[in-house]
Design a protein around this ligand. Sequence first.
Ligand code: SAH
Length: 346
Amino acid sequence: MINIFDLTPDEAAGEIKGMGLQAYKAGQVFEWLYKKRVLDFSRMTNISKSDARKLGSVFKTDIPSVERTLESTDGTIKYLFGLSDGNMIESVLMKYSYGYSLCISSQAGCRMNCSFCASGKDGLERNLTAGEMTGQIMASEISSGTHISRIVVMGTGEPFDNYDNLLRFLDIAANPKGLGIGQRRITVSTCGLVPGIIRFADYGSQVNLAISLHETDNESRSRIMPVNKKYPIEEVLKACRYYVEKTNRRISFEYALIPGVNDSPAKALELAHLLKGMLCYVNIIPVNLIKGVEYKGNPGKNAAVFYDILGKHGIHVTVRRELGGDIEAACGQLRRSHADEIWRRD
Ligand code: SAH
């Protein structure tokens, strides 16, 4: 059986047509699934019993199961989802003035092993399918009764390490016949897999791209992000310039301030020089603390200095307002393990 959420709407429509159903039936099915969140073919009232039976013999409509939820004092909700093979993943639902945003995972675990991030501490388990990415949105909407208007692919995993499924997911998410969230309301974040950035530039969509930079020279960046040994800063930035040229979209660079490591005024100056002239902005994030990694000093102490230096050099800059820190739902704190202490807190 095929999980219908693993197929793009066009692919699913092709299958449905191939089953001998009239072409317009596909549109009705998508309406039930993606607009009304009805997952049972027999409950789709404009689909005949025999058509529902046919659909049910070819497709399943699987979405992750909500295993646990945790709510932060700021209203952020962290979901622990169970997948069909028993793997567990996490997503984070955040409330902003414009509406709800969901941070989804793209892999169970991660193999990038950035020193400051919890997601890679147990390595990669497997890629998520497009349906498992789509399903995180469906399941959290159904569970919370909210409507999600923005998506950030910034949970556990490296999206460009799961490129084909990511693109399928983006089609489902942005397609008016699918979830219908506009491309400009979706952001994909990468640690800098250069071939992925180039492919993404050629894909030419309006989906936003964020790059986790976090350092300004190769020696320092390789120390905290092993991926830099394979794809050094100058290659990442070259690919970024290509992306901007191709898409005319502004790139965002994420820079987590790690006290005593990358937060000196000199680094801010280097960063300003690196990004000079690029259509971009920098998102400063005081590093979130994770278990087993200790820092000397307060992560946010140089945020204002960094902000000023970048600003003075003409770089657009924001300081990220972190949500959900009390439930380990902030950047870098997501994991794939349900054995985590946080999920046993009652
Ligand atoms: N693999 C992708 C997406 C997941 S991480 C990537 O690297 O971009 C989402 C963002 O959180 C990245 O910018 C990542 O570098 C950042 N991050 C990871 N750990 C963090 C931490 N402890 N504090 C703040 N940001 C962190």
